[in-house]
Design a protein around this ligand. Structure first.
Ligand SMILES: Cc1ncc(COP(=O)(O)O)c(C=O)c1O
Length: 442
């Protein structure tokens, strides 16, 4: 009997080791990690350089309290990822997960406005069908209805939600891209007006929505409109790149492809590639200056923030991404993945949409392509695909509730940045067989 309270209920297979894109299970099976878990394992598994860097740091200095000390790896990691102050982001604050990053982003935004003499700013606007983490603050910010529902009565009311930019599902028939973006901008404006613009501290969004809706990029111009609205009302733009960031979409930051930069950016998964639990926020210079001119310190912290071993692991991951030119591989293999998915599923009767950026792609499954009709949620098609894929030696990341937390099924594919063309082809082959097998069960 296992004494671990497992995430999905029941006893999952035991993963014992990994090498490159492969995971090995205790029963001898080999599985291709086609989604790096939840788009985490950006370097794949068993990277000896990262393991050695972690070991060296653990032996040298595993822990020193950040209330008293900084550490060499934390300083070096911040220097590396903020080299050239991308988009005006000048400082980093490290924690142990994406959820902690969201909490920190929200608290920093709130403190910033108190420090600069705008204490009325207590509200945050976020979007439906997005996810910002599972701690209570981050869950309140998120719009993943399935994950919120049980906890709704204890979630903070400081957050409200507007529509996502999700063209496949919510762009009207005959509505141009520009008109759809106009409609969303007007909705956001109306939400600022409803709340009172002087009460809004920030707008939070994932540049490419990850697991909740299945790799949904915004339409061109959307984030520029959002940035302009935030600026006009003096609110901060907080971009959650926990899943889509640190190279996953082919640029180091997903926002680089949107023509805007955030005031605060949340990062996590690809930062440490799963070798260490690490997340963080990247912070715009004016926010740092506002705090410095006020109380002088961020009124927030965790025992394990900027953990030296976690930072050493992430530092090595980030060095390898740069030294091995892996972003070029993300772009090349991302194009290959998109082409292979289009080839396999472009005419599939039950695949309504293929979308994403770089090595961050998803297919959306539908009962009827023309009507975009979903399968009955009770069938739990996404779980069937997950099972059928695993039986074929492939781990991908299927989810249900694509549209509203209940309806819709999608499968997210996010292989490591080191993936080869042959491995992409195998992933898509096995996914094709798994989807067909899952559909045949219905
Ligand atoms: C966009 C986004 N934000 C935040 C989180 C929360 O990160 P964590 O699970 O590390 O707390 C996730 C996790 O899936 C995520 O995808």
């Amino acid at each position: 009997m296992s004494r671990v309270l497992h995430r999905a209920g029941g006893m999952p297979p035991v993963a014992v080791s990994g090498e490159g894109v492969m995971l090995r299970l205790a029963d001898g099976r080999e599985v291709i990690d086609g989604s790096g878990g939840a788009a985490v394992a950006c370097l794949g598994h068993g990277n000896a350089r990262v393991a050695a860097a972690i070991g060296r740091q653990a032996a040298k200095l595993a822990y020193a309290h950040t209330g008293f000390f900084t550490s060499e790896p934390a300083e070096a990691l911040a220097d590396l990822i903020l080299e050239g102050a991308p988009g005006g982001l000048s400082h980093a604050w490290f924690c142990s997960s994406g959820s902690e990053g969201t909490e920190a982003a929200v608290k920093l935004a709130r403190q910033y406005f108190v420090e600069i003499g705008q204490p009325a700013r207590t509200r945050f606007i976020a979007r439906r069908q997005s996810y910002h983490g599972n701690t209570l603050g981050a869950l309140a910010a998120g719009g993943n209805m399935a994950r919120r529902v049980v906890y709704e009565p204890i979630l903070a009311e400081a957050f409200s939600h507007v529509s996502p930019c999700f063209a496949y599902r919510f762009q009207n028939e005959g509505e141009s891209d520009a008109a759809y973006v106009d409609r969303l901008a007007a909705e956001l404006e109306a939400e600022f007006a409803r709340l009172g613009p002087e009460t809004v501290a920030g707008f939070i969004a994932e540049p490419v929505v990850g697991a909740t809706a299945g790799c949904v990029p915004a339409l061109a111009g959307y984030f520029e409109r959002v940035r302009a609205i935030c600026d006009r009302h003096g609110a901060l733009l907080i971009l959650d790149e926990v899943m889509c960031g640190m190279g996953r979409t082919g640029s180091l930051h997903a926002w680089e492809q949107e023509g805007v930069a955030p005031d605060i950016q949340i990062v996590a998964k690809g930062l440490g590639g799963g070798y260490q639990p690490i997340g963080g926020i990247l912070i715009g210079a004016r926010i740092v200056a506002g705090i410095a001119a006020g109380s002088g310190a961020f009124l927030h912290g965790h025992t394990y923030q900027a953990h030296p071993v976690a930072c050493a692991g992430a530092l090595e991951v980030q060095r390898i991404i740069r030294e091995d030119g892996l972003l070029a591989n993300v772009r090349a293999m991302g194009a290959r993945l998109e082409a292979a998915l289009t080839d396999r599923f472009g005419n599939h009767a039950h695949v309504g949409d293929i979308r994403g950026r770089g090595l961050f792609q998803a297919i959306e499954l539908v009962a009827d392509r023309a009507a975009k009709r979903v399968f009955d949620p009770e069938l739990k098609l996404h779980e069937r695909v997950k099972r059928a894929a695993l039986e074929r030696g492939l781990a991908v990341y299927p989810m249900g509730g694509t549209i509203d937390g209940r309806r819709g099924d999608h499968v997210l594919i996010a292989p490591p940045y080191i993936v080869t063309a042959a491995e992409i082809d195998t992933i898509v082959d096995r996914l094709g067989a798994a989807v067909d097998a899952a559909l045949a069960e219905l």
